[in-house]
Design a binder for this molecule. Structure first.
Ligand code: CP
Length: 307
């Protein structure tokens, strides 16, 4: 790897993305063993510092570290001294003073992971920073697509929803375009970042147009926690105009897969029949999440090869 920290997908090469996906594929098998543990990261310490809520990312980083035999410590903002006024810089320096090998950071501020990386000796892994990037989500999304389709190059991938506030969309677009997919984004104009075309995507305003002929449909939720005003009239209107449902999903290719990073707001961006339907690979994304995070911890903490 050319980078000491995993802060985003933007500055990684196609070869590095493939290396991480290949390593994740080899890690999948460890989670299927009766004893799901290898000594790869014995003696290494991983701190998960999560200053925003998380179900999938925090849990899978913890499981990933433990399956590789690392010592894993979880620190959440709700129970940390940031509640007493400690700054992110002081929190980062104090955690680093305990000599972890990796600090995994989730934070509401775009750039928080890079900021931490500039002040610590540990390797920093970005677990989602504001509207910026969520690199391990993109890696697990690409690994899931590759498993189902056998390739990413040449696929038509449509990302539908609140792109403006989505770090997942940004990381996915960087990864998918580097890996040769054709990416279309669709959603209300107010939820589309200005100038997103410069990222090499086609922008559409209608969900149906984006679904037509897609190999992969990736649906995003409305990220109300990052909306500072009236971006939509109501979730009901949004669902009617932009939601993915059992009727419009049939516009995608017959073998198209449906993805969602979670958490899903059922009945808003996606109907339950689609979330749980034959095309859905949503829970496989979660399974890949552990394997990808095992690969990332292995590469950034430095360990001996998996046994
Ligand atoms: N996809 C994702 O980041 O989910 P969590 O917020 O639950 O970690």
């Amino acid at each position: 790897m050319s980078q000491r920290h995993l802060l985003g997908i933007e500055h990684l090469t196609r070869a590095e993305l493939v290396e991480m996906m290949d390593l994740a594929d080899s890690m999948l098998e460890i989670s299927e063993r009766p004893i799901k543990k290898v000594p790869t990261l014995r003696g290494k310490t991983v701190i998960n510092y999560f200053a925003e809520p998380s179900t999938r990312t925090r849990t899978s980083f913890e499981i990933a570290g433990k399956r590789l035999s690392a010592d894993v410590i979880n620190v959440s903002e709700a129970t940390s001294s940031s509640k007493k006024g400690e700054t992110l810089l002081d929190t980062a320096k104090n955690l680093d003073a305990m000599a972890p090998d990796v600090i995994v950071v989730r934070h509401s501020a775009s750039g928080a992971a890079r900021f931490v990386a500039q002040h610590v000796r540990a390797a920093v892994v970005n677990a989602g920073d504001g509207q910026h990037e969520h690199p391990t989500q993109a890696l697990l999304d690409c690994a899931t697509i590759r498993k189902h389709k056998g390739r990413i190059d040449g696929l038509a991938v449509s990302i539908i929803g609140d792109v403006a506030h989505s770090r997942v969309a940004r990381s996915d677009i960087h990864a998918l375009t580097k890996l040769g997919a054709t990416v279309t984004v669709a959603g209300p104009r107010a939820l589309m970042p200005v100038g997103i075309e410069a990222m090499g995507v086609t922008v559409l305003e209608r969900t149906e147009a984006a679904l037509e002929g897609a190999d992969v449909v990736m649906v995003l939720r409305l990220q109300h926690e990052r909306m500072a005003g009236g971006f939509i009239t109501s979730t009901r209107d949004y669902s009617k105009s932009f939601g993915v449902n059992p009727r419009n999903i049939e516009l995608a290719k017959p073998d198209a897969i449906v993805m969602h990073p979670g958490p899903i707001n059922r009945g808003v961006e996606m109907e339950p029949e689609v979330a749980d339907g034959r095309r859905s690979v949503i829970l496989e994304q979660v399974t890949y999440g552990v394997a990808v995070r095992m690969a990332v911890l292995y590469l950034f903490a430095g360990g001996s090869p998996a046994a």
